[in-house]
Design a protein around this ligand. Structure first.
Ligand code: HEM
Ligand code: HEM
Length: 232
């Protein structure tokens, strides 16, 4: 049981790490970028296989607002990842360069554009499953429930992280990247490396925190109105 929980968390953790590494194109250079990118897709295939029962149950049971939102978000995530995967195959300069496929500036632009959106959508995906992540962490640590003090400490940490995430959006000019505004203002990796990853982690954390607390509010309101909803 504990090993299964570790496995369920290690794959997302590795995917998050590799996604962050893949963003550092101008630090890594092309070959490592492509290797890490391919590793992300391999792990995603593994992650989907682990969660295959979720897909098998799509047409079973009733849909409420939360379930509808989760399914739509997963569709968006799959579409977003598919665009990143297809453009990767076309623009590859190393690993898949032997494939006789046309490369173009537009495909490269769609590649980075979808990559930046993936970070936001993955953040929302993490936020939707945060309760489950905490549950798995409690199972691993052998502490079934948290104290009220710990809950408030975690809420304060989440608030501070959300503030840092907002600042990271601004530092990295993420809004410009999400609105297809190409900028030559790249991160200067000769000056520093670690803050680049710290800020991007903050960017992923912001939508995760917002989604998690919105879901907490929705669930609270629903449980006040009637029996607690079944978790997806
Ligand atoms: C195309 C990409 C992805 C798809 C289709 C996908 C799909 C899913 C599904 C169906 C679940 C189970 C939902 C449930 O049982 O309620 C899940 C859980 C989860 N996903 Fe993803 N996911 C993707 C990418 C990612 C990435 C990149 C990360 C992390 C960076 C991630 C982190 C998680 C976590 C933490 C959970 C909860 C733990 C678990 O149940 O295993 N996912 N994902
Ligand atoms: C999920 C993983 C991936 C992410 C998040 C990602 C992200 C990015 C980003 C943000 C850039 C733009 C760098 C910039 O101009 O600012 C880039 C460029 C590039 N990526 Fe990826 N990528 C991923 C996977 C891949 C894969 C699997 C391949 C090929 C097999 C690939 C091939 C390339 C190439 C060739 C470029 C350079 C394009 C150019 O010359 O402008 N990427 N990637």
């Amino acid at each position: 049981m504990v090993m299964n929980s570790v496995h369920r968390l290690l794959v997302p953790l590795a995917m998050a790490g590799l996604l962050l590494l893949s963003l550092a194109y101008w630090w890594l250079d092309n070959v490592p970028h492509e290797i890490f990118g391919v590793a992300v897709f391999v792990l995603i295939a593994w992650h989907i296989t682990l969660n295959r029962s979720w897909f098998a149950n799509l047409f079973r049971g009733r849909y409420n607002g939360r379930r509808m939102f989760t399914v739509l978000l997963h569709m968006l995530l799959i579409a977003n990842m598919a665009v990143l995967l297809v453009t990767s195959v076309f623009i590859s300069k190393s690993l898949l360069a032997f494939l006789p496929l046309p490369d173009s500036t537009l495909l490269r632009e769609i590649h980075w554009f979808s990559a930046y959106w993936v970070m936001v959508v993955v953040g929302i995906h993490l936020g939707l499953h945060w309760t489950r992540v905490m549950m798995l962490l409690r199972l691993i640590s052998g502490r079934p429930s948290g104290s009220a003090t710990r809950t408030w400490l975690l809420r304060t940490a989440a608030l501070a992280l959300a503030g840092f995430g907002t600042w990271s959006f601004w530092v990295l000019g993420v809004w410009g990247k999400l609105t297809f505004t190409y900028s030559l203002d790249f991160w200067d990796f000769t000056a520093s490396v670690a803050p680049f990853f710290g800020y991007w982690a903050g960017v992923i954390a912001l939508p995760a925190i917002i989604t998690h607390y919105l879901m907490v509010i929705v669930d609270l309101q629903r449980s006040r109105r009637g029996p607690a909803p079944r978790r997806l």
